[in-house]
Design a protein around this ligand. Structure first.
Ligand code: FAD
Length: 476
């Protein structure tokens, strides 16, 4: 057997701070990277063109990094369960390494790949890389997974965080004969987005690739981080990191992210700046909380966590759903947010909460419709975070708060007080004064003249209706 190790990239599209890759490289310089464009995932009806574009861009940049290190990253468009063992055998690989994932599909697939490899006598090594603390590392005193965020955060933040592992700089490339064999097994040049029947012409909120993600991290931790808590709720302010897609695909290592916040912590001179850094770290902990939750409670992916929502009498008004998707509900803050999502493939967190609340509590439509639509649009769409965000907004998840109902007008008044965000995404409403924009108190005639829809529902009435249904469910 040769000393070749195949390293299977999945959500870790980088050479720096990559635990599994680093471990493989400790054993040999002949580490060959491989990425499978999995038809199971790409043919799903919840795929977003913006997300695939980001993924392909990250792969392009990773391929360049491999070449610079004199190594190879193979791309295959195939089902990894059958294809990995074949490729490993053909290249006479000694072992296959990869970093683990928490998603139910990934777990099942990985077990199948592992047993097929073992049958062929090829060893497997796996690692936790995408989280600062792996599932099982942060448990209650009774050794159970947490179901509530605050105690999880208290425990999580106290635990020591690992340092980043170094960059892979030197690899050995495949021989011409091995390259030919890999091609015969399906290795292809990196496809274009159009090859999957998808298109996305708009600029992505964060350009793909490891260098871009690391630059953004530096830039954010040098400036906006110090005012994060003041600004993070205002969608018109550029106050958040925009690193969500990079974290989802692992274009940046989580240990490096943490270390950068530690550096910022050391450089900060006031309690106020430290408070802001801590607020951002809490968001990183939310990411881990939802990943742990999905790992231990995979049923979250299929439906509501709380029994009150199991057979909830949702409306089935498809016209209302379409109006919500298109940003045509007649509620300016909701429509502005949906236009942002449809245009750039990203939506500000405050607005994600507002539109999710509106879909479930004002339109009384099933949150799973919204969850899926988000996945079809978001460039950072991620099962654990998206499902967690939707279940939180619906009040169907683990959060102990019984019911959370947002008033779109008060949300707009509080978080977009000058109406800047609404004006940017709904330019047809530019002529209205701020009060009208925020409250939505726009006369029917004015709406008509501006070609802006009448409100599709009455907030107060719907709120009462939702509460009534909720109480009935609770009693039932
Ligand atoms: C209904 C709903 C759906 C959502 N869907 C997704 C999704 O598909 N993918 C996704 O990454 N986030 C999702 N979020 C969480 C959050 O809105 C985004 O992570 C955030 O807006 C991304 O912007 P940012 O990178 O500038 O975040 P920052 O404010 O800079 O936060 C830093 C990082 O922390 C993580 N994070 C922040 N907030 C949350 C949160 N509430 N839950 C989990 N992780 C968080 C993200 O990785 C983010 O990049 C959702 C939230 C809601 C309410």
């Amino acid at each position: 057997m040769s000393d070749l190790i195949l390293f299977w990239h999945r959500r870790d599209l980088r050479l720096n701070d990559n635990i599994g890759l680093h471990q493989a490289h400790e054993q040999t310089t002949k580490v060959v990277g491989v990425f499978y464009l999995d038809p199971q995932l790409l043919n799903n009806d919840d795929i977003a063109p913006a997300r695939v574009k980001y993924l392909l861009g990250c792969l392009r940049s990773l391929q360049t990094s491999y070449r610079q290190a004199r190594g190879d990253l193979l791309i295959l468009h195939a089902d990894p369960i059958a294809a990995i063992p074949e490729l490993a055998q053909t290249l006479n690989a000694n072992a296959v390494f990869w970093n683990l994932d928490i998603e139910p599909y990934a777990g099942k697939r990985d077990r199948a790949v592992e047993s097929a490899l073992k049958e062929k006598g090829i060893s497997v090594q796996t690692f936790w890389d995408q989280l600062l603390h792996a599932p099982g590392d942060v448990l209650t005193k009774g050794e159970d997974p947490y179901k509530v965020y605050t105690p999880f955060w208290k425990n999580w933040q106290q635990q020591a965080k690992a340092k980043p592992v170094g960059q892979i700089k030197q690899l050995s490339s495949l021989t011409a004969e091995e390259t030919e064999k890999a091609q015969a097994m399906g290795a292809i040049p990196l496809p274009q987005l159009e090859d999957f029947g998808l298109s996305w012409d708009n600029e992505l909120p964060l350009p793909p690739g490891e260098n871009e993600a690391r630059d953004r991290l530096e830039q954010f931790c040098d400036s906006a981080l110090f005012e994060y808590d003041q600004n993070r709720n205002y969608p018109a302010v550029d106050g958040t990191s925009l690193l969500s897609a990079a974290l989802k695909f692992g274009a940046v290592g989580i240990r490096e992210v943490w270390q950068t916040t530690e550096q910022a912590w050391k450089n900060s001179r006031s309690d106020e700046t430290r408070h802001n850094i801590q607020a951002w770290r809490q968001e990183l902990a939310w990411r881990e909380f939802y990943q742990h939750a999905l790992y231990f409670f995979p049923e979250l992916a299929d439906g509501p966590f709380r029994p009150q929502f199991q057979n909830f009498p949702w409306e089935d008004n498809l016209d209302h759903f379409q109006a919500w998707c298109d940003g045509k509900t007649g509620y300016p803050i909701v429509d502005a947010a949906m236009r942002q999502l449809n245009t750039i493939g990203w939506m500000h967190n405050r607005c994600r909460m507002i539109v999710a609340n509106f879909l479930t509590k004002d339109l009384i439509l099933n949150w799973q419709w919204g969850e899926k639509y988000f996945m079809q649009k978001l460039f950072d769409g991620d099962l654990a975070a998206n499902n967690g965000g939707w279940q939180w907004s619906t009040s169907s998840g683990m959060d102990p708060k019984p019911l959370r109902i947002f008033n779109p007008a008060s949300q707009a008044q509080k978080f977009d007080p000058e109406g800047e965000y609404i004006r940017y995404w709904l330019p047809e409403l530019n002529s209205l004064d701020t009060e009208e924009l925020l409250t939505g108190n726009i006369s029917a005639m004015e709406r008509e003249s501006l070609d802006y829809p009448q409100p599709i529902v009455d907030h107060k009435q719907q709120q009462r209706d939702f509460k009534r249904r909720y109480q009935q469910q609770k009693q039932a």
